[in-house]
Design a protein. Structure first.
Length: 261
């Protein structure tokens, strides 16, 4: 999580540097209000990452109705990358029971609070969205070192679903193929809410380019088991799985504005 917060801070500094120059050229043409817009890109969260797409319909000079779609991978704050002694083995996260993928679809608004009056200026908008989500948990499979009882000192690998009662760093070789467990995925419905500020700085009137920063909350009816509860009990600070996922985010986006024929 600390690394992700650092990445978000670096992106904000790059944004300031990119938009801090060439602020003096005013538009020399009338401002055009477009009826529609769409944009999307990369989503970075303090608890994961993903991609998103927004479709907007203008509801006036300063307001856009948004329809939002995004897919993200969500991590637990206690995940720690582990390695076996063999450099050819895949890294794994000891104690991780399931991978969590989240699909969100929502509706919201984007309201302009500072217009872009200069060609190389920045338009600032306040935005929010909310709606249903589907969380998908996929079991974690690992490659486990086994001893051949018939042949002394002979070892082989077997792919097994992580079991905290059977698997330890001493007998885990590495992570299995990401395709294992797809047929065992479980669906967890929930809801989300997102609130942030959108900074758009495209040089083209019909272009959209910039970033959005804010906070997001995912809510489920019950806790989602990403880490094994048995492993989390070994932590001294009351570590647990979550029902509520609160995160900070940065969205990098590009797109366009247009009028429908």
């Amino acid at each position: 999580m600390i690394e992700m917060k650092k990445a978000i801070a670096i992106l904000m500094l790059l944004f300031v540097a990119a938009t801090g120059s060439a602020q003096n050229e005013l538009y020399d043409e009338p401002v055009v209000i477009y009826s529609n817009q769409h944009y999307g890109g990369l989503q970075l969260n303090t608890n994961g990452y993903g991609a998103y797409f927004n479709y907007g319909i203008n509801k006036g000079a300063y307001k856009v109705r948004l329809f939002t779609f995004d897919l993200s991978f969500v991590k637990h704050e206690k995940e720690a990358r582990s390695y076996s002694s063999d450099p050819n083995a895949r890294a794994y996260f000891y104690g991780k029971q399931n991978n969590l993928y989240v699909l969100r679809t929502g509706i919201g608004d984007k309201k302009i609070i500072a217009e872009k009056l200069r060609k190389n200026g920045v338009q600032i908008s306040r935005c929010w969205s909310a709606g249903p989500l589907l969380g998908f948990t996929k079991p974690v499979y690992l490659e486990i070192v086994k001893v051949d009882e018939q042949l002394t000192a002979t070892y082989y690998l077997e792919t097994e679903r992580f079991d905290p009662d059977k698997h330890y760093p001493e007998n885990i070789y590495g992570r299995a193929s990401g395709l294992r467990g797809l047929g065992e995925m479980k669906v967890h419905p929930g809801v989300f809410f997102r609130y942030g500020y959108n900074f758009e700085y495209s040089n083209y009137k019909d272009g959209l380019k910039g970033l959005e920063v804010g906070a997001a909350l995912d809510v489920y009816p019950k806790k989602i088991e990403i880490m094994s509860e048995k492993i989390l009990e070994t932590y001294n600070k009351g570590a647990t799985n979550h029902q509520f996922f609160l995160s900070l985010y940065v969205n990098l986006f590009f797109g366009r504005k247009y009028n429908k024929d």
